[in-house]
Design a protein around this ligand. Structure first.
Ligand code: PLP
Length: 267
């Protein structure tokens, strides 16, 4: 097979750290070709979301259809969806490509705090999109929100992560990679929960570095690996390695905290 192709359905980030720009750079690094459908244009700095301009649903649909008509797609990565219109369009479009692995990063907010999905989108996300998803990649605040809870103030602990992952699995996706980057402690632990298989913990030392778009990079790297034929556990491992390399780059430049973002893996 030639280079695998990944369709990215995501929003743009004018600061360049997250969103589509990060996705395309990640796919390039991982050896996959990116096809793109833009869900929303955002005006952002590293510290603030200044504006969200959703692409009209029919124009999003036209982009997805054109991408699918261009060449066979080996995986799909979904990031920011902005609102209900995009959610409905994407949920419908996925039905045309059964069997293609889908990685959904349930982007709710930028790390600056600005909202990237309106609240009425939540229910559609759960009912229409999750059942078509191979792996959902929430961070802790996203997992809590999707389970109807406020973001925890303290470290939730591994047992809570297991409970959230089980609750999210029950909402329909084939697997959940719950990212532990927002927890505390010297070790970062991410939990992969899969339907019908045992859970896997990925652990590593917490790096003293921050960077925007680590969540986007992780989901895209997983999609690139699935597109190349890796199994899910291996794809998650490769995705984490990619993000670790991004954070080590910041560390080695001595630029820890150069950008706003959460500690360690993942946005
Ligand atoms: N902006 C856009 C358009 C995104 O898609 C995302 C994440 O997927 C973010 C911002 C969030 O990135 P960060 O947590 O680095 O702010």
């Amino acid at each position: 097979m030639g280079r695998p192709a990944v369709l990215v359905i995501a929003g743009s980030d004018s600061s360049g750290g997250a969103g589509l720009a990060r996705d395309v750079r990640t796919l390039e690094t991982m050896g996959a070709d990116a096809l793109c459908a833009v869900t929303a244009v955002t005006a952002q700095t590293d510290g603030e979301v200044l504006g969200v301009y959703p692409v009209p649903p029919d124009q999003l649909r036209a982009q997805i259809d054109a991408a699918l008509a261009t060449r066979p797609i080996n995986a799909i990565k979904i990031g920011m969806l902005a609102g209900r219109g995009a959610l409905e369009v994407v949920a419908q479009a996925l039905r045309a490509v059964p069997g293609v692995p889908v990685v959904l990063d349930p982007v709710l907010r930028a790390s600056s705090g600005g909202a990237l999905l309106e609240d009425p989108g939540f229910e559609v996300l759960r009912t229409r999109l999750f059942p078509q998803v191979t792996v959902l990649t929430p961070n802790i605040p996203e997992a809590a929100a999707l389970c109807g809870e406020p973001a925890p103030r303290d470290d939730p602990g591994r047992e809570r992560l297991v409970e959230w992952a089980a609750e999210l699995l029950a909402q329909g996706p084939g697997a959940v990679l719950l990212k532990g980057g927002h927890a505390r402690g010297a070790t970062v632990a991410d939990l992969l929960a899969r339907r019908g298989s045992s859970a896997v913990w990925f652990t590593g030392p917490r790096l003293a570095a921050t960077r925007r778009g680590t969540g986007c990079a992780l989901a895209s790297a997983i999609a690139a690996s699935l597109a190349a034929g890796a199994d899910l556990e291996d794809a998650c491992r490769r995705g984490r390695e990619h993000v670790r390399a991004l954070l080590e780059e910041v560390q080695s430049q001595g630029a820890s905290g150069e950008r706003n973002g959460e500690l360690a893996v993942h946005g």
